[in-house]
Write a protein that binds this ligand. Structure first.
Ligand code: GAR
Length: 211
């Protein structure tokens, strides 16, 4: 099973969803490490309670030295023999060098239907834009923020009376279904990228889509 590190900055509910999925013997990946850039991330306790090794590399300690921060992370990842990175609410922008080093082996979950609403405050922005469909995206990480070949998306309706909290909760439930599925595809070697577009082998129909 491929050894995966989940990278978190906070609550870690997506990381917990990956842990739950990886508990199944047939799941093709093992969450071998939970790495946080903040010592106060609540998800660290969740991971430790499930017996998963945790590590903290405080990004704040490195100030603007992003390469230094990433070198410290890389040293931890090397020690744990990690093969795939799953960003799970990891709120740091990574350098081109780090992204290139993990090309094809680093995925992210983002709370919008990319390429709509990259960046922060996605639910408030979806409400302000009046979109009728919103959702989440799992994508391979490339150099731009919230960019890279899309592996999977799930859509939810925006309902009359929604506020940021109700919409976020509806999307989050889909995130917790989508991320384990997409990570399994990548870990099983079923993802191929051509011309910036990802194809998932053996997924039929509207591939990589949960409605
Ligand atoms: C999730 O909604 C995730 O999609 C989002 O942060 C939240 C983390 O929650 N990620 C981003 O916005 C990245 N651009 P979690 O810590 O409970 O998984």
């Amino acid at each position: 099973r491929t050894r995966v590190a989940a990278l978190i900055s906070g609550r870690g509910s997506n990381m917990a969803a990956l842990l739950a999925a990886a508990a199944a013997p047939a799941y093709p990946a093992e969450i071998a490490l939970v790495l946080s850039n903040r010592a106060d991330a609540a998800g660290l306790a969740t991971a430790a309670a499930r017996g998963v090794p945790t590590a903290v590399v405080e990004s704040r300690a490195f100030g603007r030295d992003r390469a230094g921060f990433e070198a410290a992370m890389q040293a931890v990842l090397d020690r744990h023999d990690i093969g795939i990175l799953a960003l799970a609410g990891f709120m740091r922008v990574l350098t081109e060098g780090f992204v290139a080093r993990w090309d094809g082996r680093m995925i992210n979950i983002h709370p919008s239907l990319l390429p709509a609403f990259p960046g922060l405050d996605t639910h408030a922005r979806a409400l302000a834009a009046g979109v009728r469909l919103h959702g989440c995206t799992v994508h391979l990480v490339s150099a731009g923020v919230d960019e890279g070949p899309i592996l999977a998306q799930a859509a939810v309706p925006v309902l009359p009376g929604d506020d940021e909290a109700t919409l976020a909760a509806r999307v989050l439930a889909e995130e917790h279904r989508l991320y384990p599925a997409a990570l399994a595809w990548l870990a099983a070697g079923r993802v191929a990228v051509a011309g910036g577009v990802a194809r998932v082998d053996g997924v039929v129909g509207a591939q990589g889509c949960l409605a």
